[in-house]
Write a protein that binds this ligand. Structure first.
Ligand code: HEC
Length: 184
């Protein structure tokens, strides 16, 4: 019978092993998840610092209300722009918090990212391109952030942030404004 053929038996075993290894690798390939280095245990302690914003589905620092970020001299000109920015931010927020006392998620906490050294957050396991930039003392600017989200795999090749390029410049602007607004 076919199933007793030893060659086929080993091919099937090989396929099963390949599938098993594929399952282990998938979360890394798709989301850059490293279970050993994702500090979920800090999450409960940090809950207080965050609130779920139902309107925009974003998780924002509880201390910062809408009126603090909309108006003259503030990041957003209108409630509509802020609502749109929260939507644009939604996927970033899946992997990053911005509140000072919030933990890391899949990606590092982005509090104060503009003006901060690249790859410099404590207790976060960065990949080599970010570690090299940290050593070189590279600072995140609005321009470099803009270039990074326009092509996450391009600016720091080999990093493990899995996100599609944000091709719309207006959307990139709003995301950067969001980072500024929710970082105080
Ligand atoms: C699927 C998860 C995921 C999503 C979505 C994501 N990121 Fe990241 N991000 C990461 C990971 C992981 C790293 C660390 C990469 C490394 O060390 O190679 C990172 C790193 C960064 C850094 C560098 C941080 C530092 O400390 O230098 C910035 C800035 C950043 N992301 C911004 C964003 C923005 C803005 C968005 C939305 C447009 C976004 N990320 C979406 C996972 C994600």
């Amino acid at each position: 019978m076919l199933s007793y053929n030893p060659v086929i038996k080993w091919i099937v075993r090989g396929l099963m092993l390949a599938m098993f290894l594929g399952c282990l690798y998938m979360p890394y390939a798709m989301f850059g998840v490293l279970p050993m280095f994702t500090f979920g245990n800090e999450y409960a302690a940090a809950e207080d610092a965050l609130q779920k914003d139902r309107q925009g589905d974003a998780i924002v620092p509880a201390k910062i209300s809408d009126d603090m970020v909309i108006g003259e001299g503030k990041p957003f000109v209108s409630a509509e722009e802020l609502a749109q920015a929260k939507k644009d931010w939604m996927w970033c927020g899946f992997c990053h918090y911005t509140a000072a006392d919030a933990p890391h998620r899949i990606g590092p906490n982005l509090n104060g990212i503009i003006g901060r050294r690249v790859g410099s957050k404590d207790k976060y396991f960065y990949t080599e391109p970010f570690r090299a930039a940290a050593k070189a003392g590279t600072i995140w600017t609005e321009e470099s952030l803009n270039a990074f989200i326009a092509d996450p795999a391009g600016l720091y090749p080999g990093n493990r942030m899995r996100y599609a390029p944000v091709t719309d410049p207006a959307k990139r602007d709003r995301i950067i404004k969001y980072l500024k607004a929710y970082t105080q």
